[in-house]
Design a protein around this ligand. Structure first.
Ligand code: PMP
Length: 354
């Protein structure tokens, strides 16, 4: 037996990622990935010259990628931070902008990583409950006296605030950073990136994992005032200055240049979302209005756990949470039309057995 006792982290509730099973080929609708492959330009970029340069370190400044993103979002390179997935952007943001004394505020229910970072860095968490209808009420975030983090659209509900509603929260907290996690914004949400020019306390975080089909490459970014980006850069240089590897950097640049391809895919996801919502409504499900590439839906005759298990037996993976407020729901990623038809067929088959 080891003499090392892991006492320091005994109480840490580490983040549990969604299942990534290797045992069989599921219809995988549990971790909000894109069903579409990366664009042909991205595939060419990672198979091309960059692969031959893997003996050399990548550019620690990530200049070309930051410039490409800056062009796309109408800002300067100094307003763009890139990291190994938006999880790393969030990680560094908790280090940079949340202090132990003032703490950090985030909603309950939202992305499960926020409380983990708070606990890991011993930052006191001011957890703000959603309203009973799962709505995030901007007025609940006035005068909290600390950094605020939330996802817009929210996860796992899919509900979104307008940019004007987010702006009201940014204005109500002028002395504190407001971090808006826009991981799912490309599926019908309203981005707050344009507001970052007006408000130096607003940081918007995004990812290549969803709309840009690059979950496996690990690439996220943030847009905000240059002073905020500089703080994040300090943390990056103090922990992992080569956090973006050459293949990911090449893939990211090519992905930014493949905007038409990704926009088309996002449109398809929105169509498949409307189709799935309508099909579920016919079956008596109640689904929250989603602006994301997933839906949060409740079956009339099975709780979330029972539906999850019945679907898994039939080769379809969705996500559920064993928490009182979420127990009746499953979260279903919107995939291709054949995937959604396979999901609906599995739902019908499972309900025959009740
Ligand atoms: N924010 C939210 C709200 C998410 O759901 C996720 C993905 N699970 C992330 C951030 C992290 O995404 P990634 O690290 O793949 O960019």
């Amino acid at each position: 037996m080891s003499r090392y006792m892991s006492a320091r982290f005994a109480g840490l509730n580490a983040y549990t990622p969604g299942e990534q099973p290797r045992d069989m080929d599921y219809v995988k609708l549990n971790t909000n990935e894109s069903p579409f492959p990366p664009s042909p330009q991205v595939l060419a970029a990672v198979r091309g010259e960059e692969a031959e340069r893997l003996n050399l370190y990548p550019d620690p400044e990530c200049t070309a990628l930051r410039q490409a993103l800056a062009r796309q979002y109408g800002v300067e390179k100094e307003n763009v931070f890139v990291a190994n997935g938006s999880d790393e952007v969030l990680n560094f943001s908790f280090l940079a902008f949340c202090d132990k004394e003032n703490g950090v505020a985030f909603p309950d229910i939202s992305y499960g990583f926020y409380p983990v970072f708070a606990q890991l860095y011993q930052i006191s968490a001011k957890v703000v409950p959603l309203r009973p209808d799962f709505r995030l009420a901007p007025e609940d975030y006035s005068n909290l006296g600390c950094t605020i983090v939330f996802a817009n659209p929210n996860a796992p509900t899919g509900l979104a605030l307008s940019a004007a509603q987010v702006e009201s929260m940014v204005r109500a907290n002028p002395d504190h950073v407001v971090l808006v996690d826009e991981a799912y914004v490309d599926f019908g949400g309203e981005s707050c990136v344009p507001l970052t020019k007006q408000y130096d306390n607003l940081l918007v975080c995004m990812t290549f994992s969803k709309s840009r089909s690059l979950a496996g490459a690990r690439l996220g970014f943030a847009v905000g005032n240059a002073a905020l980006i500089e703080d994040l850069e300090k943390i990056r240089y103090s922990t992992n200055p080569y956090n973006i590897n050459r293949m990911t950097m090449a893939a990211g640049i090519a992905a930014v240049e493949s905007d038409t391809y990704y926009k088309e895919n996002c449109r398809t996801i929105q169509e498949n979302r409307a189709y799935t919502e309508e099909q579920l409504a016919r079956r008596g499900f109640s689904t929250l209005p989603s602006k994301a590439n997933f839906i949060f839906t409740s079956c009339p005759d099975m709780d979330g756990g029972a539906l999850y298990r019945a679907l898994k037996q039939r080769g379809v993976l969705v996500r559920y949470w064993d928490k009182p407020a979420l127990r009746n729901y499953v979260r279903v990623t919107i995939g291709s039309r054949p995937q959604m038809d396979a999901f609906l067929a599995a739902v019908d088959d499972a309900r025959k057995e009740i």
